[in-house]
Design a protein around this ligand. Structure first.
Ligand code: HDE
Length: 752
């Protein structure tokens, strides 16, 4: 009888279940205290772990200052469901018996997993990898004659959020790849939000936005294998740019040291397009925006960039975060190049609506109009850096658009892309995107609507809401487009530029570089084209380079083992622009990483290391002790790095206080059987010194340090290799060498 069988089985099961102890409910009478180690009473957050900040933490991030209803503190409250019901357990799903199936009834399980399943949002189609920071912008007040925007007035302080990015890579790609960098700034001004969405390169690959999908598809990984990640060194990119020669100028910048910045803090930023500025009288001027870093413009060497890609793929993100934590707040001056707003919209023959061209600073100086300071790290990466939505249409009175078709396409794209990225039209209600002024729009409903709109008449005209909201006028702060005459013309699909010249500014850029910078460009082209498989692509790009510079073309051709073609165009006679070179100046060394090699256990080791560390910190740099092992060393010093965790590329300069003997865990560097003399210095220190030397960084030794120099083959007296008597003298020498960024004389090409 099947029914009887089932009934018996059920009865047996019930008896069995009764034997199983049901899990105790914490707090219920007679139940054992919960086996939890987490605090059950509200208490202050534990201090941050040492490795969560930079070694020299001076400022705490914490939640933003001021009461912000959107900030959710992690501590001090009971764990709840998303609707606020308190939970007693989040580690076990609700099951029919201890070893039985999971119940559909377990709302908390389903809520937890469902939320997790939907945690990811689409990454940005370009600029997916980035890092952000909060800060302030203070106007100098001197832009008034050309621009009425209130945030540029003297002493006006405006909160900002900046996001730096690479262009090609996915969200998890490495920071130090060769690429253009984004430099996007959101100014939360008293007249509404102004977004300046720029790059670290002042020109772009294309003159018309309609070609953006083409350049991006060519530069992104191959559609079949999805490789290479975050690289332009592949056939599709070079196939496209060798055919589409208006990209040549931008490509030259990418292949220069600008494509591998040392730090986001050491990059220029450019608005690229010409903007139209308007003053209080309604007068207009055309202008290009520039960000000038106080620390100067500096780059990695290509070998450093490649090594860091493996050793510390988050190098730029970490650098920005650590510098801000350490109180070394990065600063940029905002500057403008101003041009008369003539009907031709050209300046000295340069088309101001052509974003593949610069106006050399020697022709139109960059006038500083305010200063930006980044002084606070994001509290939550996703909430702020990931969800921030920039848009070129976020303009304030005084700053208007031009007819540059690259600009015009961007005005559409940035709004459009957020719809799929942030899931609907209400992304400006996300805290990081909210303006810092009252919003009184008539947009209603839609996904993720957070506002509870009052009133019954979200339309105009109306009487039911008393006619509200009202229109502003130019005198009450309305954004009024500049009444710009539109040329009487025909509809047509044709290039808009007045002079279609793809090579002379690329040549201008190359000829403005110092020999060592030119050498880096040659090597970059040789590397990138050397990674291509298609011979025809390499040959075609050489034909492009022949139209830029014969020397550049010949050297790249030699590296590729191909003949150098003749130019197909007459090479322009260009006047170099010294402002384009990164070399030749002196800049503050704030936030530079100084490695100090010490002997972990030598009780007689240099006694003045405490003072040295303090002096380095006081000078705004970050001292990092490197020893054979971690923890507390002789004399109470603490090692931040070990020979195992440190790699030369992390440091801007190396101080060598000791010559540590090889530690037992050091990898063998020489074959003892070959009869080589036994090592006296740890081989990892030797390697570090050789790399630092190769990358043209300063090395200063004292104490027993010179022994390590000798073991590495470094000769005191060579450029940037110094031996001193004391630690204090070593620091003095270092401070003399760092302002130039590198010991440039060490590069062979600089002698050319
Ligand atoms: Fe962008 N660009 N872009 N771009 N761009 C985006 O917008 C686009 C261009 C730049 O940190 C996207 O929100 C088109 C020039 C930066 O969130 C997208 C064209 C310059 C960022 C988009 C350009 C930039 C973006 C992807 C050709 C320098 C990152 C996600 C007409 C002046 C902003 C997003 C951030 C991001 C479109 C050309 C800079 C798809 C169609 C020129 C710094 O809307």
């Amino acid at each position: 009888k099947p029914a009887k069988v089932v009934k018996d089985a059920l009865e047996k099961a019930v008896e069995k279940v009764a034997d199983l102890a049901t899990p105790p409910i914490p707090g219920a009478p007679g139940s054992a205290p919960p086996p939890l180690e987490e605090p059950t009473e509200p208490k202050p957050a534990p201090p941050r772990k040492a490795d969560q900040g930079s070694p020299e933490t001076r400022t705490a991030t914490g939640a933003p200052t001021g009461a912000d209803a959107d900030v959710r503190e992690q501590q001090g409250e009971y764990l709840t469901t998303s609707t606020g019901a308190r939970l007693y357990d989040t580690d076990h799903s609700l099951r029919a018996g201890r070893r039985g199936p999971t119940l559909l009834q377990d709302h908390h399980l389903r809520e937890k997993i469902t939320h997790f399943d939907h945690e990811r949002i689409p990454e940005r189609v370009v600029h997916a990898r980035g890092a952000g920071a909060h800060g302030v912008f203070v106007g100098y007040g001197n832009a008034k004659n050309v621009c009425k925007a209130a945030f540029l007035d003297e002493g006006v302080t405006t909160p900002v959020f900046v996001r730096f990015s690479t262009v090609l890579g996915s969200r998890g790609s490495a920071d130090t790849v060769r690429d253009t960098r984004g430099f996007a700034t959101k100014f939360y001004t008293s007249e509404g939000t102004f977004d300046l969405v720029g790059n670290n390169i002042p020109v772009f690959f294309i003159q018309d936005g309609i070609k953006f999908p083409d350049i991006v598809h060519a530069a992104k990984p191959h559609p079949d294998r999805e490789i290479p990640q975050a690289q332009s060194a592949h056939d599709t990119f070079w196939d496209f740019v060798s055919l589409h020669t208006e990209a040549t100028h931008h490509v030259l910048w990418n292949m220069s040291d600008r494509g591998i910045p040392r730090s986001y803090r050491m990059m220029e930023g450019f608005g690229v397009h010409s903007f139209r500025l308007v003053n209080a009288e309604g007068g207009t001027a055309l202008a290009k925006f520039h960000w000038k870093p106080k620390l100067g413009v500096h780059s990695l060497t290509w070998e450093e960039a490649q090594m860091i890609g493996g050793v510390d793929p988050d190098f730029h993100r970490r650098d920005l975060y650590d510098a801000i934590e350490a109180g070394a707040f990065p600063q940029w001056e905002l500057g403008i190049q101003v041009f008369p707003d003539t009907p031709e919209q050209t300046f000295e023959g340069i088309d101001l609506l052509d974003s593949t061209k610069i106006v050399p600073e020697e022709l139109a100086p960059v006038q500083p109009i305010g200063v930006l300071t980044l002084n606070r790290n994001p509290t939550n990466f996703f909430a702020e850096t990931e969800q921030v939505a920039f848009h070129l249409g976020n303009l304030v009175p005084g700053i208007d658009v031009t007819d540059d078709p690259l600009f015009q396409t961007r005005l559409f794209s940035y709004l459009d892309t957020q719809l799929s990225r942030l899931g609907g039209p209400n992304f400006n209600q996300i805290p990081i995107n909210r303006p810092h002024v009252p919003v009184n729009d008539m947009f209603r409903d839609g996904f993720h609507q957070h506002a509870v709109h009052r009133g019954v008449a979200p339309y105009k005209p109306n009487t039911l809401d008393g006619g509200c909201p009202f229109f502003a006028g130019a005198d009450t702060g309305a954004f009024v487009e500049v009444p710009q005459p539109v040329a009487e013309s025909v509809k047509e699909r044709r290039a808009h530029v007045t002079v279609d010249d793809h090579f002379s500014q690329a040549r201008l850029f190359y000829r403005s570089m110092t020999p060592v910078e030119r050498d880096h460009i040659v090597r970059a082209f040789t590397f990138e084209l050397g990674k291509c498989y298609e011979q025809a692509v390499k040959e075609r790009e050489l034909r492009v380079l022949a139209n830029v510079d014969a020397d550049l073309c010949a050297k790249v051709a030699q590296g590729l083992g191909l003949p150098a073609p003749e130019p197909s165009e007459v090479l322009a006679d260009v006047t170099p622009s010294p402002a384009l070179s990164q070399l030749g100046g002196e800049w503050p060394a704030d936030g530079r990483m100084i490695g100090i090699v010490v002997d972990a256990d030598d009780p007689d080791g240099p006694a003045d290391l405490h003072a040295l560390r303090q002096s380095i910190s006081a000078a705004g740099m970050v001292p990092l002790l490197i020893a054979a092992r971690g923890g507390t060393l002789a004399d109470g010093l603490v090692a931040q790095r070990t020979f195992l965790t440190a790699r030369s590329v992390e440091f801007d300069a190396l101080l060598v206080a000791s010559a540590p003997a090889p530690a037992p865990d050091a990898l063998p560097q020489r074959d003892a059987k070959a009869g080589a003399p036994a090592l006296t210095v740890d081989p990892r220190v030797v390697l570090m010194l050789q790399e630092v030397y190769r990358h043209a960084k300063a090395v200063v030794a004292w104490g027993t340090g010179p022994t390590a120099l000798a073991e590495a083959g470094l000769v005191p007296g060579e450029p940037g290799v110094v031996v001193t008597e004391t630690a204090a003298e070593a620091l003095e020498q270092l401070q003399g060498l760092l302002p130039a960024h590198r010991v440039w004389e060490r590069f062979p090409a600089s002698a050319v």
